[in-house]
Design a protein around this ligand. Sequence first.
Ligand SMILES: Cc1cc2nc3c(=O)[nH]c(=O)nc-3n(C[C@H](O)[C@H](O)[C@H](O)COP(=O)(O)OP(=O)(O)OC[C@H]3O[C@@H](n4cnc5c(N)ncnc54)[C@H](O)[C@@H]3O)c2cc1C
Length: 568
Amino acid sequence: MSAANSQLRALPGPRKSTAQVRARGLHTPAFVTPAMMRRLKTYGATECVERDKLLFQQGERLVDFFIVVEGKLELYEQKGRASREVESVIGKLQFSGELDMLNDRPTLLNCRAVQATRVLRIGREAVRRLMRSELDIAELILTEWIIRRARLVDQRQGGIIVVGDSHAAETMRVERFLIGNGHPHQLIDSNCNLEAEVLLRALDVERDQLPVVFFSDGTTLRKPANTVLATKLGFDQDLCEDKAYDLAVVGGGPAGLAAAVYGASEGLATLIIEGTAPGGQAGTSSKIENYLGFPTGISGHALAQNATVQAQKFGARFAISRDVIDMQHSGSGYQLSLEGGKTIFAYAVVVATGARYRRLDVPNYRKFEYQGVHYAATAMEAARCIGKEVVVVGGGNSAGQAALYLAQSARHVHLLIRGEGLKSTMSAYLIQRIAASHRITLHTNSEVISVDGDTHLRSVTWCNRQTNEARHCQTGNMFVMIGALPNTEWLQGKLNLDANGFVVTAPNGNDGCVFQTSQPGIYAVGDVRSGSVKRVANAVGEGSVVVSHIHRHIAEQKLSETSSAVIA
Ligand SMILES: Cc1cc2nc3c(=O)[nH]c(=O)nc-3n(C[C@H](O)[C@H](O)[C@H](O)COP(=O)(O)OP(=O)(O)OC[C@H]3O[C@@H](n4cnc5c(N)ncnc54)[C@H](O)[C@@H]3O)c2cc1C
């Protein structure tokens, strides 16, 4: 670990202790039962480890899974040179691991024997088998791994430190990327932390190089692009160029995640390629209240994280932060080219690339994107609006949800719509709550005419088109939620698209499959599909159902490959 990194890790963080070795919380790791242990023994081998022996180290990939037979192990994070922070001590019938056991990313913790210890060691492949075959054990282990990851994220430990201006677009981009991917990190605001400022000066970091990301291996990156960060953190480790995947799912929103869960659970070798982070548009929703089975609602982030774990449990592989930029027919399937140069082959492709936000057409608008102009209202953005006035633009459900969510912490929310009212564009339950909120004012017939500021948005002016009255609001936060455009640039000339760029499916009513595009073996689901209902439930439904149509196509392609090989 570099001196600078060590110094930084010693800075006062949100929950920093002065003790050399600090144990976290009071969480007691789960136990397997003796009967489960007997079954688990068929998946691995027991071995003795001496006191202080390291079973794995932070940053190592593909580490094994350990269950304590007798003795004690400690899971911890190295903090600086001399101290460590203990995540948990695991004794007899307790076990190691967290969510990275389900993929090929580097592990976030160290594991050492506190005393002479006997462990059951289980390799990765056997862990995958056990996840599929031993349902009660898999449930117990997965629950513990989810809790362990949530604790790491909550404690902002086990991962990386981001130092930058917390209101700057680049810092927010990096933070959004890490949050979306459920990666633990700690943000230190360089404006409010004197020691961090001194350290940045000592490292000769210019303002335009912020944020600086410090990794536990002692390395740093200055203002890294998401792809660079993803590569460093191993988010694309699952991608294998030599393999022929049965199914490539492009896009990791609700539709793509559902296709991955069904594809992998039905035995297809499934790769999901996602440009940013699992969750898509839904991942930016603070609360989805109309999705079946969640009477108190569920945050889009939680829905995405749960679906990701579910897909990985069934063996789906994830390649994160790589947009697919091209697709070519190749033999019995398709060759997909990814940003950054890699290519993969798949017999069938599900296009689930959804849509992205529309922008307002006012001067200087782009200058303030992510510098006060937001497209999502999650906890991250809400934290920057506490006690302040904010503007939300849009009359759909997403704008309504955002206004209500922000009204919980902002001083006042101005909701701007172009129309006369919300009735034709927003669900009744949201309209009622907006009307009841004394912290939200609805401005009808209104359009934003200018945005102003310096490095950050400082004010928004809008005009009532009926009265011509202009209204000026000193605000640093405007949420623009005015609909979306399909993510189909990469499909121009490859698939039939409608006049608005959405993918046309079932061109000839072929196969009775409504998701079939103009090319055999390529299907489109969710928001990207022309005529689809733009809702989470529909995206999930389409992603789930499409897989049943794909099996036959893949079987036919593989059969034709075998026949050609026999003839040759
Ligand atoms: C703020 C907000 C709140 C909402 N609230 C609700 C609600 O309460 N209830 C409801 O039913 N619906 C809601 N919606 C709508 C709902 O989120 C969408 O209908 C749903 O997310 C569509 O899912 P999808 O998987 O089809 O596409 P998306 O969610 O758009 O996901 C597409 C994914 O594909 C990725 N991608 C795009 N291009 C590429 C590429 N070339 N290569 C790789 N990856 C790519 C994107 O990064 C994205 O992650 C809301 C939407 C928003 C924006």
